[in-house]
Design a protein around this ligand. Sequence first.
Ligand code: FES
Length: 105
Amino acid sequence: PLIQFITHDGNQYEAEIDAGSTLMQGAVDNMIDGILAECGGACSCATCHCYIDEAWIEVVGPAEGIEHEMLDVVREPKESSRLSCQIVVTDKMEGLVVHLPESQY
Ligand code: FES
């Protein structure tokens, strides 16, 4: 599916990410600035933080468990916060809009 990333200052990037891979991996592979993913997807660094666009929250779903706890340490957590390494891309996410935080720290 084609995923759209929007930076905090309004730049837009599109990336084709395979279903079954994580949103984080797709962003890193496509060199989307703003997703650092220092732990490589282990849900332990919280530097892959992103915000799911309002219109997509139901499709993507909320953070649960350890991910939910990790979101306590991100800068500017919001209702729509997710760790992108914990989102597995599916075909339902065609056109998904993801907002990037100003900073991961
Ligand atoms: Fe480290 Fe997602 S990549 S928590």
